[in-house]
Design a protein around this ligand. Structure first.
Ligand code: PMP
Length: 325
């Protein structure tokens, strides 16, 4: 009989699938790594197990302990899967702008959710950071994974995502494209592919207009999970060869095309990464192999980027040709 002993053991080994209609006209092969096929629905499942393993090994997390993390979504789900497998209590601190479906998912997995106001500065006692720090300090046996500083995030991608891409392309991958939130995905995967190719693999950072990574003015944007206004410790800028800046409208138009034309119902950061991948692929020869990572599922965004009224209210107008298909 072939079966896993727990759903949390099924993280990783996500497939590559070729992009067809959206990549029409490119000679290079463009392959998407479909991270929503992880059991929690995102690439963040990969870092959760690695972070918890390390905390157990170092004694920071002991049986009966509590995991406290500020997170609005994917990381919380990944941590919840591992926490419930191993019997830890979970408390997630969530800014109130994210409440709704995402917090309902965390509660469905048995997590406690503490809502905090969104519009307060980090040093305010009610902020996302202050509240999670206080809980981690006050609750006996509490452990805070701290995904923006925990080296086990990038390490998980160095040990799993990178080798999977290498294996599944028979070592023929020439370009890797990903968005940057904590930077764990691009730093770990990119570093592995650089090591495997003696530095030949080209690593491309897809970045929302308004984020710090690709330079230019810092301002708000609507794509979730990517871009920052500071440099996290988990990001290694030396891995990135090139950045592509992508607007919300371009990201969301491509995200919707991925659902309609490729059957890939994904989140907005996936559309953003594909826009960047296609810009890169446009100028490449037929033997180039571009791998683009699609971080999460689209189901969490049905009332957001997949909803015309939501886009309208934010003044985001999708480019006509993409939307008219
Ligand atoms: N897309 C989504 C939807 C995410 O939640 C994240 C994680 N913040 C990313 C992309 C970026 O991944 P990373 O943190 O590994 O840079």
């Amino acid at each position: 009989m072939r079966y896993a002993s727990h759903i949390a053991d099924l993280v990783g080994n996500t497939p590559l699938v070729r992009l067809n209609d959206v990549a029409a006209g490119t000679r290079a092969t463009v392959l998407a790594k479909v991270e929503y096929l992880n059991p929690g629905g995102s690439a963040k499942d990969r870092i959760a197990a690695r972070i918890i393993d390390a905390a157990e090994a170092s004694g920071q997390l002991r049986p009966g302990g509590t995991i406290v993390e500020p997170t609005s979504g994917n990381t919380g789900v990944g941590l919840a899967l591992v926490a419930l497998q191993r019997g830890y209590r979970m408390i997630f601190v969530v800014p109130d702008k994210f409440t709704g479906e995402k917090t309902a998912v965390l509660r469905a997995y048995g997590a406690e959710v503490v809502e905090v106001p969104t519009n307060v500065p980090p040093e305010h006692p009610d902020s996302y950071y202050s509240v999670s720090d206080r809980l981690a300090r006050e609750i006996p046996g509490a452990f805070k994974p701290n995904q923006f500083a925990n080296p086990n995030g990038p390490r998980a991608h160095y040990e799993t995502t990178g080798p999977e891409i290498w294996r599944d392309t028979d070592g023929l991958v020439t370009h890797f494209v990903a968005g940057i939130g904590t930077g764990g995905t691009i730093s770990g995967t990119g570093r592995f592919l650089k090591d495997a190719t003696a530095g030949e693999a080209v690593v491309v950072g897809a970045d929302p207009e308004g984020s710090i990574y690709s330079g230019g003015p810092i301002h708000g944007y609507a794509v979730e999970g990517v871009g920052e206004d500071f440099y996290p410790d988990t990001f290694d800028p030396s891995v990135v060869d090139r950045y592509e800046r992508v607007s919300d409208a371009e990201s969301f138009a491509m995200t919707r095309r991925l659902a309609r034309e490729e059957g890939l119902l994904v989140g907005g950061s996936s559309g953003m990464a594909v826009v960047a991948a296609l810009r890169v692929a446009r100028d490449l020869p037929a033997d180039a192999v571009v791998v683009v990572l699609l971080p999460d599922h689209g189901r969490g965004y049905l009332s957001r980027l997949y909803d015309d009224a939501w886009l309208e209210a934010r003044g985001i107008h999708l480019a006509a040709p993409a939307d008219a298909r």
